[in-house]
Design a protein. Sequence first.
Length: 336
Amino acid sequence: MSINETLAQGSNILVYGSMAAYTGAMTAFTISLAKGRRIESLQDSAARTAGASHQARMGSTATLDRPAVSTAITSDDKLGEGRRAGNIGMSLTWLATILLGGGLALRGFSAHRLPWGNMYEFSLAAAFAVSLSFCILSLNRDLRWLGLFITMPVLLDLGVAVTVLYTDSAQLVPALHSYWLAIHVTAMIACVGAFTVGGALSALYLVAEHVENRITAGEKPGRWGTIASRIPAADRLDLMAYRIHAFMFPMWTFAVVAGAIWAEAAWGRYWGWDPKETWAFITWVIYAAYLHARATHGWRGRKAAYVALGGFIAILFNYFIVNMFVNGLHSYSGLN
């Protein structure tokens, strides 16, 4: 089939439009974070953190109890001076997500196929998945404090996509003509979107936990105090990150298994330790270790956050380094 250049150009326009909206959203979230205030003081959060640490030292198993700071939508008088900027940021994020989704759809329609056949298209899909995950999670809780840490990596991803990874709309290479493209790659995209949100929460946990520990020790909050004063308490961030990782890990497992089944159909073997297969498995092992440690040893906090971030780094390494610099059977980046 021939490529519909009009739809392909329309896709590019919508992608650039989404980038403009994400830029506006990032600016608004920055203002919101700078002017906002936290529902619970750092001193109260630090006291709870100290209490939790004491329970852990006494041998009690960490449980997923009710968090100290609720992120449910609260009354206007508790949202701080950055409420209006945060609302603008959320509206622009929804707009950007819709525009990016439209750009993906037009890209697919232009070539009459699913729009994730190369690195450029996968980057668009991954950015869309991250943004959509954030928007869906924000429907029943106030996540304006998280907006900056979502729109920034999404905008960076799109910037790399349109400047470094861009390829013209074209037909799929023969190896990708399979219904497993819709199953395996779609599952991977969904996981990358959710794990990015989980990674952002784990990173913010380290910030909040560091500041709360300093306050518990009678020290000043330090350079991270400003950010920590505008995000939920550390135990809440830890819980939110855990829930996302635990919910999405079965889908990552399914995606790896689906890839193995597709490999058998395409190459006559389920597993061959191809670089991308290897790093997908390494990522699975890291997240499995994270969940196992929390379930059996009651890991909460810094150790768990480091392991979760290790899993996200493995995803990034697999996508950018392995795809671009390592030769293998999965060399479908479209850059060569």
